[in-house]
Design a protein around this ligand. Sequence first.
Ligand SMILES: [Ca+2]
Ligand SMILES: [Ca+2]
Ligand SMILES: [Ca+2]
Ligand SMILES: [Zn+2]
Length: 594
Amino acid sequence: MAPLGKLLSSVFLALAWASATSAAPGPLKPHTHSTHHTRSIGTRGLQVEVYNPPSSFETFGEGLAQPESFAGGGLSSEARSFVSNRLRVDQSTVEYRSGFEAARGTRHAYVRQRANGIPFANAVANVAFKGNRVVTFGSSFVRPSRIASATPTVDLQSVLPTIEEQLEGKWNNHPASLEYLARPDGTAALAHVVQIQNLEANTWYEAFVDAHSGELLSVTDFSAEASYRVLPLTKQDLREGLELLVDPHDPLSSPDGWHSGTTVTAGNNVVAYKGTQASTTSQSADGLVFDYTYNTAVAPAQAPNVDAARTNAFYAINTVHDIAYRYGFTEASFNFQNDNFGKGGSGNDRVLMSVQDSSGTNNANFATPPDGQSGTCRMYIWTTTSPNRDGSLNNDIIVHEMTHGITNRLTGGGTARCLQTTESRGMGEGWSDALAEWTEQKSEVIADFVLAPYVTNNPAGIRTRPYSTNSTTNPLRYSNVAGQSVVHRIGEIWANILHNVYASLVGQYGWSPVAFTNIDGREGNIVYAHLFFDSLALQPCNPTFVQARDAWIQADLNRYDGANKCLLWAQFASKGLGVNARNFVDDFSVPADC
Ligand SMILES: [Ca+2]
Ligand SMILES: [Ca+2]
Ligand SMILES: [Ca+2]
Ligand SMILES: [Zn+2]
């Protein structure tokens, strides 16, 4: 039995709540979306219902003046005074937990409910002060119908093996604690709180174990990962095999994740769909699992292939978004996002990724309107094989298309009007091939690159020649632009020049396996990507080959103090883009100081 004092404080709490003002949350509600979440755990699909009491929230504009008696005690004291007064509960039931002072003098305090000297895990409140006035107040404090005894009758050690077995992990030795847990039936349970982790499965839970029954009451999932069966971006196409990737999003580039609260292939950066934007792929299991295999024996449009296609397209566009973000294609530089998180640029323009689009075959395209309007990518079925093949399982096609969006937005400041001449559109095709090639490198080995051999089942791919450092394999030069009006053929000339620039930089500085997320390395593939993105924003509207070359040279001066000037000139000049190149007449000379 609990000591008398503790019983009294429980009684006091219940009475206090009976006279609470409208500021307090109302009676506990039946099951609702905002308070309950059923979590499926582990390989056996254990169902655990997680409950959080409803939160009230009030905003006070210019703020509520606080009584003089509250002031001057510091944030902890002021917050506890306000909360206990506002909710009409004893100050001993309000425990200060944390706080900080933000920009412009706003002070934030976080408190939690306490009973019998023990804190609640899920009954909390937050107060913001501006000066000495309260500007907001949120609370999920509860009015329990019954509060369990503060003294455990089941000790943790005796039930730990069962909990570990249920959660398919092990206690990670983080000290266990004792907390109250507000329950959906209106009672407050006493819980042992213990962390259970499984390093192999990448799971990490905080378990709430009833200290009087030993029952697993609730869990906190620290990992919040998502998983997708896809072609990692370094793989070219389906022949290399799908893999289940866990949590591939880059938290710097996509701070709100890829789904923005949905459980389908739609989020802040892209919606991947077929037919209508509502026709997305749903998670295959709770917890943002998108695990769809691909059956090569049946047509792309047949299950499960369309789900595999939407999942891979969603993954690939998001991944290119995240990589490009690191290298400078951000909200402020006109990227594709619905929510720009207040970081500049125009939002509401995530990529609309139409998978197995019915408007064509044997191709793909990307339409780039100005910043603030969604880019639209149409991916088609390829019909030369039986069964047909799907461009959405060919990563270099997806990256090629997404790169059109990047180059059209970064050149000329987001107007989408600055890659419109034959020459600049041609280079647009080249940048798209070149970035696809860059993403599919797996080592420092420089190999010839063939674009999209899978969809046509043709080892020669869909361009006239491989991109190569061997000028017999690929003899294209600047002068080949003359008289060429097919933009993809012009693109091949530019992409082959960039292939040679890439090869030279990697030969000089080596290759980083983490270039997608670590942009600070000095390896050649990272240097290349920086110059690639930097030059796009520098070059003029509707650039020529000569101007695009000059933008690379200047980008290197800006970022690396010109450390690579002569390396770059050597590669450009080797393809006829030397210092005196103009009007599609080759020149092989480099500056005098190189
Ligand atoms: Ca995670
Ligand atoms: Ca994550
Ligand atoms: Ca935008
Ligand atoms: Zn293209």
